[in-house]
Design a protein around this ligand. Structure first.
Ligand SMILES: [Zn+2]
Length: 102
């Protein structure tokens, strides 16, 4: 029997986004009260110094349909008609999408 807990979040040491999440830093918006209940949050990207939606776990994609929910929350946060641009250059395997004004 393996001893892996299904409750533990997938986080990777050395990943800048995972480290922000571990320290609860740079978070400017989260869709639910508890970070543990969120699939994604909006943070200030430490590299580009602008808002980026990131998965709360170190996964290359969001679960089905959650990208549309992420867009809804980005628009709610910015109070504006924004788009999301998925980017894989900074951290290729941690899903993130920069918020861009349309
Ligand atoms: Zn990560």
């Amino acid at each position: 029997m393996s001893n892996i807990s299904i409750d533990s979040l997938i986080r990777v040491k050395g990943c800048p986004y995972c480290e922000l999440l571990e320290r609860k830093e740079n978070i400017v918006y989260q869709p639910r009260k508890n970070l543990e209940d969120c699939s994604f949050v909006i943070v200030i990207c430490p590299k580009e110094k602008r808002e980026v939606v990131i998965a709360t776990e170190h996964l290359p994609s969001l679960a089905r349909g959650l990208d549309k929910l992420a867009l809804f929350h980005a628009r709610k946060y910015k109070q504006s008609n924004v788009s999301l641009r998925v980017d894989r250059r900074y951290v290729s395997d941690h899903w993130h999408a920069y918020i861009e004004l349309i």
